[in-house]
Write a protein that binds this ligand. Structure first.
Ligand SMILES: [Zn+2]
Length: 268
């Protein structure tokens, strides 16, 4: 017999409205500044595929939050070298390196920032699409469900998540901090959008002229989908040096295999 379990409507920690996640049974707090999820949200924001803030790992984030130097990821940009120096075993050099990494991230492309916001169900690909379609956080903030669901590649679940995210006033305040911090928030480069449109590309092995991350960013900028595993849906495998099992699998599946030089020709 099914029991009717009464769920609270508000987060017990911050009082924000809880959001029902269609893919999970539980209700989640939809406030990225909620103390119950600050650390996780900051780590995601700083992660390699989001704002890529080198040196902003677990140990640093834990201390920044525990010592109340930041309350949410919007506060990262107000940190000074002296603040970082207050952390355990932090040398002047590493502190200024971290500040430099934070500064560098201000000029990231908009897709990284949108991904970094940590909107549920908005992965790298969806973030790229939203950046491409809206071109600014300002416009994205004002979007409607109707507008979002018309976008190919944005499903109803992701659309609902975007709406919930910007309906939360705490989230709006953190986005406002980011705007005040002078983040560049420019859309991804558009010129060659169609070159890899709809193509799923896997990069394997070591590339000589770029890192795998850079190659994957390039694929996304050109409208493709960068994936890490070879399946029968893979269109192109870029095989760098010392390609192993992925190359074998691609050949077995009849996936088009290109060298790094050929990849550079394709992407121009
Ligand atoms: Zn909460």
């Amino acid at each position: 017999m099914e029991r009717d379990i009464k769920l609270p409507g508000k987060c017990p920690v911050c009082g924000s409205k809880l959001v029902r996640d269609p893919e999970e049974v539980a209700l989640r707090c939809g406030n990225v500044t909620c103390p119950a999820q600050t650390k996780e949200a900051v780590l995601h924001f700083a992660s390699r595929k989001a704002m890529d803030i080198d040196g902003m790992g677990d140990a640093i984030v834990n201390q920044l939050v525990d010592k109340a130097l930041i309350k949410d990821y919007g506060d990262i940009y107000t940190l000074k070298t002296e603040d970082i120096m207050k952390l355990d075993r932090m040398a002047q050099k590493s502190a200024s390196n971290l500040i430099e990494a934070i500064d560098r991230s201000r000029s990231n492309d908009l897709n990284r920032l949108i991904y970094g916001l940590g909107i549920r169900h908005v992965g790298e690909r969806a973030a790229w699409v939203l950046a491409e379609v809206f071109g600014s956080i300002e416009k994205l903030k004002k979007t409607t469900t109707n507008e979002l669901t018309k976008i190919r590649d944005i499903g109803p679940v992701a659309a609902g998540s975007v709406i919930d995210f910007f309906a939360n006033k705490e989230n709006i305040s953190v986005v406002t901090k980011l705007e005040a911090a002078g983040l560049k928030m420019t859309p991804p480069r558009k010129e060659a959008f169609a070159k890899l449109a709809g193509k799923t590309v896997v990069i394997t092995g070591t590339l000589k002229s770029m890192s795998r991350q850079e190659a994957e960013d390039l694929v996304r900028r050109l409208g493709g989908n960068a994936s890490s595993s070879v399946t029968n849906k893979t269109d192109i495998l870029v095989a760098g040096e010392e390609s192993g099992s992925k190359l074998e699998k691609a050949r077995a599946l009849g996936v088009r295999v290109v060298t790094e030089d050929e990849f550079k020709k394709i992407t121009g």
